[in-house]
Design a protein around this ligand. Sequence first.
Ligand SMILES: N[C@@H](CCC(=O)N[C@@H](CS)C(=O)NCC(=O)O)C(=O)O
Length: 219
Amino acid sequence: MTLQLFGHPFSSYTQKALIALWENETPFTFRMLDPEHPENGAELARHSPMGKFPLLLDSETAVFEATCVIEHLAAFHPGPAALIPGDPATAVRVRMLDRVFDNYVMENMQVPVFDALRPAEHRDPYGVERARANLDRIYAWLDGEMAGRDWAVGDAFTMADCAAAPSLFYADWVHPIDVRFATLKAYRARLLARPSVARAVDGGRPYRSYFPLGAPDRD
Ligand SMILES: N[C@@H](CCC(=O)N[C@@H](CS)C(=O)NCC(=O)O)C(=O)O
């Protein structure tokens, strides 16, 4: 049975999984999560304990958490792009950078976004300020880390880049990467020029008006 991916084109973590699927031209059916497809939401709810997406269905096997979706694809549906490299030391670096982009970039990026969605009396300016400071800190680290590299761990595009693309894409909207981090800005631009990433960005384009902080007129 064809792989099925449940998600939404504007969702950053869905884009992470889509980029991995497109990098290897892996055949799959996209199960859109929106009010027009309630059956997809119902099926997601049966498999995803917190109702979070993306979710991959591979026959009877359900895999959630975007990183685990990519790990599953690499293990059971490998393609020409080794998104988890065979060399164990490089694979550890890929997994570490994947965590950096999810936990330090994406998590902090989401704080101001979710804050904007809260009722005014539940806003948390202190939490938002801390998240923005965290983004500045990780931008500085990544700017040094990416020096001399095309992709997150070297010459080859890996799972870490699948994580980097949506997290840096949205983080720069929420808290622009300062001009002094030219290496990181160039990496973000390189990611956006990658066909799989450009396709993910284009897929989300029709939904930009829903971005709670207002999508900037670029990218
Ligand atoms: N740690 C999860 C995060 C997934 C996540 O937060 N997905 C968002 C969409 S980008 C979601 O499911 N939002 C709906 C919800 O939380 O109910 C992963 O890596 O897949």
